[in-house]
Ligand binder design. Structure first.
Ligand code: GRF
Length: 216
């Protein structure tokens, strides 16, 4: 079967991109990365893509008058690569309603919290300040509001009492690297549907039981 062609949008180091690159090197993985697009010329993720032989392009938002003309170029690049799904992976630009609606159900994002809690930036410090016992990460379909949209998958990690933001970020990030390739696979297998703004996944298993933190 033909593999799902994905475009990955980045702005930085690209560890989530790397997890998708690693997954897609498996013959049996049902998606392939057709394009890596960065709005930042020096983003380390571009090097990861080049090392893997994946086409890259830089579209620097500062070269455009407004969001629309910037996004016209994004659209042109993604269409040119014949991408069917756009994966935001640390892409630090807000997209307009126009772009988001055009890619509805074909545009996903990863966020380092258990949405809808802790949207936005400086997530891990805020989680620790609130004394939350768990945090995690979410992959979701993108809607016009920031970090909003139907949740496809989440992974949960404990917050340790001596965590600083960096320690928690690292624990969450290792789970990001598991769920992003998982979600792309599920979508590529045609198992993910949005019904009334909730995601249903064919044949997915849901864990039983509860986690406690602090444990007994
Ligand atoms: C990740 O924490 C992701 O959840 C957030 O931005 C960060 C990107 O990291 N949206 P990387 O560039 O994938 O390493």
């Amino acid at each position: 079967m033909a593999k799902l062609r994905i475009a990955v949008f980045i702005s930085g180091r690209g560890t989530n991109l790397q997890s998708l690159i690693d997954a897609s090197t498996e013959d049996s993985y049902p998606a392939e990365i057709a394009l890596v697009l960065s709005n930042v010329a020096g983003a380390f993720g571009l090097r990861r893509a080049e090392n893997a032989g994946i086409p890259t392009v830089v579209v620097d938002h500062r070269d455009y008058e407004g969001r629309e003309s910037f996004e016209d170029v994004l659209q042109e690049k993604v269409a040119g690569a014949k991408a069917e799904l756009v994966c935001l992976a640390g892409f630090m630009r807000l997209l307009t309603d126009n772009f988001v609606n055009r890619w509805r159900e074909r545009l996903i994002n990863i966020h380092p919290s258990l949405l809808p809690s802790f949207k936005g930036i400086h997530v891990h410090d805020r989680v620790i300040e609130h004394g939350a016992r768990f945090s995690g990460c979410t992959v979701h379909y993108v809607r016009p509001a920031m970090d909003d949209g139907p949740i496809i998958a989440q992974a949960c990690v404990p917050v340790h009492s001596d965590d600083d933001g960096d320690a928690l970020a690292a624990r969450v990030l290792s789970q990001e690297h598991r769920i992003y390739p998982l979600v792309v696979r599920l979508i590529a297998e045609g198992r993910v549907r949005v019904v009334n703004e909730r995601v249903l996944i064919d044949g997915a298993e849901t864990p039983d039981g509860a986690l406690l933190n602090p444990g007994g």
